[in-house]
Design a binder for this molecule. Structure first.
Ligand code: COA
Length: 382
């Protein structure tokens, strides 16, 4: 008999070993050190599957609570991660056991607006998640530097490890807080947050002044995960200097991901990068539709302005009427008598699906409202 229950604090080391084993030696203390490194670290809620006869732990899953600041609105998310089953006990239903228990705990908590994860789409569709939101990926290469950035002076821009200097934590904190949409990050372990999943964080410096920072994959520096600059107009110089820094490694190009609501960076990159693609990384299970729409539509309105209009529907049983008028977004928990009724998968796809516009069976909505600009930076995954 297997029981599914909350992890006891005394089991944390065993759970870290189980995560390590399930994920083929991923070393959670290093790769996920914002949670599994030395305290203080990111709070987490773990559940386990226990073989009642032997007392052995067979499976684990965790939720990492996040506070999202979205155009002045506060949303509460739980990020699902480290879903792992002992290699000798797969296919016995333990993933379903631990994920279902966490999902139930999130619903019981009462104040959770959304659940989010990063994983195989159809594996998590069983649990109510659908692909949700998007981000832009820009490519930078030698041609961009040679032609579009020819007149940009980048000789005096240099990179050094972020967090080497006093005040770096405050700088990184301020840059994150200034984003229209951001996950609130705790300064007590911000260095490990930006080192998440084997990343390096570099400060971009000009004449002793920090222009901002970028994070990149430690083993593949042509993958830039995040850029934050005090003045986005420095993006050309910083990108040119970063490209130049890759030359001794024989790398001629790099890619970087930008959240759709980081308006200044998107504006700059769209002017000089080689090209852009739109990607989706995360999947969501929405628990409060009105809160989600009001916050993220406000973020879109603030970032590029959305068309005035009104939309009323019953989304997974929740009545919602949203109005954009006089530059303001307002959501109410009521619906018109004849409002369309959407099941959970369709409701989430309408709001967050990248290609939902091709779904002619979904209700018509005011132009440009959806998909909502929902996005997570690499450091905030898990
Ligand atoms: C992925 C993993 C957790 C699955 O564990 P498991 O014990 O085989 O899971 P279960 O027995 O509960 O489910 C088995 C299958 O049933 C499927 N399933 C889940 N709910 C279902 C449902 N209601 N109806 C039908 N099938 C269902 C699942 O999709 C899963 O298939 P998949 O492994 O191809 O995705 C396990 O293989 C593992 O630990 N892998 C390594 C770590 C990893 O990759 N974790 C996932 C990170 S996103």
């Amino acid at each position: 008999m297997t029981i599914y229950r909350d992890m006891r604090p005394s089991e944390l080391d065993d759970v870290i070993d189980l995560i390590d084993l399930s994920f083929g030696g991923m070393r959670p203390n290093g790769a996920l050190s914002k949670t599994y490194g030395p305290e203080p670290n990111q709070p987490a809620r773990h559940v386990v599957a226990e073989d009642e006869t032997t007392g052995r732990l067979l499976a684990v899953a965790a939720m990492y609570p996040q506070t999202l600041s979205v155009a002045g609105h506060t949303l509460h998310a739980w990020f699902l991660g480290v879903v792992g089953v002992h290699p000798r006990h797969r296919g016995e239903g333990h993933m379903q056991g631990v994920v279902n228990l966490l999902q139930q705990e999130a619903r019981d908590a009462g104040d959770v607006d959304l659940l989010v994860l990063w994983g195989l789409r159809h594996r998590y569709a069983y649990f109510g998640y659908t692909p949700f939101g998007y981000e832009y990926s820009y490519g930078m290469n030698g041609s961009d530097v040679k032609h579009a950035l020819a007149s940009v002076d980048a000789d005096d821009v240099a990179f050094r490890p972020l967090f080497d200097e006093p005040g770096d934590v405050e700088i990184a904190q301020r840059l994150n807080d200034a984003r229209t949409v951001h996950v609130e990050r705790d300064g007590a372990y911000l260095d490990r947050t930006l080192a998440h999943l084997r990343s390096d964080a570099l400060a971009a410096v000009r004449g002793g002044e920090v222009l901002g920072y970028l994070t990149r994959d430690r083993r593949n520096p042509s993958q830039v995960h995040e850029v934050a600059l005090f003045d986005p107009r420095d993006a050309g110089a910083v990108m040119k200097a970063y490209w130049t820094s890759l030359q001794p490694r024989g790398l001629d190009s790099f890619d970087l991901r930008i959240s759709p609501t980081d308006v200044g960076l998107n504006e700059q990159l769209s002017i000089f990068s080689e090209g852009a693609s739109v990607e989706n990384l995360t999947q969501c299970d929405i628990l409060d539709y009105a809160a989600m729409i009001e916050a993220y539509l406000a973020a879109a309105n603030e970032s590029w302005g959305v068309e005035p209009g009104r939309f009323s529907a019953v989304l997974d049983g929740q009545p919602v009427t949203v109005t954009v008028a006089d530059g303001a977004v307002h959501a109410e928990r009521v619906a018109d008598d004849d409002a369309p009724r959407l099941d959970k998968a369709d409701a989430q796809t309408l709001l967050g699906g990248l290609c939902a516009r091709y779904r002619r069976d979904l209700p018509h909505t005011p132009a440009g409202w959806f998909p909502l600009p929902v996005s997570w930076y690499w450091s905030d995954l898990n």
